[in-house]
Design a protein around this ligand. Structure first.
Ligand SMILES: [Ca+2]
Ligand SMILES: [Ca+2]
Ligand SMILES: [Ca+2]
Length: 191
């Protein structure tokens, strides 16, 4: 069973991925994220880099969809996501968790470590907020929480620890809760 805090965070994550706020996660949300990144990085429509960026996001959707066991034209509603996350990610077996979560960490680095120095800087982390349309006002605080050794960079280990806390921790003070900004702010699909 998910605790209240875990439910809130997972709902927040769902809302972050549901970029068009239509109440389900589907391919076009990920295409949307790809297009946001193209705007951010000044990739023009019709160019190779534009297509490559959108394709990468589409691939992220495909692996998410396959992980959830959805058909090709499938989509995921909030309750389905919460049930899936409860059984597989939060309270599931360690190897399934690792499989999914390592992928998320790898993708965050692939997408947002734009200077390829192996660390996420504050600017790069802000790009993540922009791409997912997360309220930017929480980005600096979130970054500070995730940067545990306070060297102004998020390392891979710090990111993995943050992701683990975001998905699994039931401690309301866990720094990783802040991975995708403020999780209590879940008004998007609730009303
Ligand atoms: Ca959607
Ligand atoms: Ca970097
Ligand atoms: Ca650090």
């Amino acid at each position: 069973m998910l605790t209240d805090l875990q439910r809130k965070k997972l709902t927040h994550y769902f809302n972050v991925l549901d970029v068009d706020s239509n109440g389900t996660i589907e391919q076009k949300d990920f295409v949307n994220i790809g297009e946001n990144l193209c705007v951010l990085w000044s990739f023009k429509e019709g160019t190779e880099e534009f297509d490559a960026c959108v394709n990468r996001c589409t691939k992220t959707w495909i692996s998410f969809r396959e992980f959830m066991g959805k058909p090709q034209d499938g989509h995921a509603a909030l309750e389905e996501w919460l049930e899936f996350a409860d059984h597989i990610i939060v309270n599931g077996r360690e190897e399934l968790y690792e499989k999914h979560v390592n992928k998320i960490a790898q993708e965050i680095f692939d997408f947002f470590d734009t200077d390829k120095d192996g660390f996420i800087s504050l600017d790069e982390y802000i790009d993540l907020f922009m791409a997912y349309k997360i309220d930017i006002k929480f980005s600096a605080r979130s970054f500070t929480k995730l940067d545990r050794n306070q060297d102004d960079f998020i390392s891979r280990a710090e990111l993995l620890q943050g992701i683990r806390e975001f998905f699994r921790s039931d401690d309301e003070n866990a720094p990783g809760n802040w991975l995708f900004g403020f999780w209590e702010d879940i008004g998007k699909t609730e009303n």
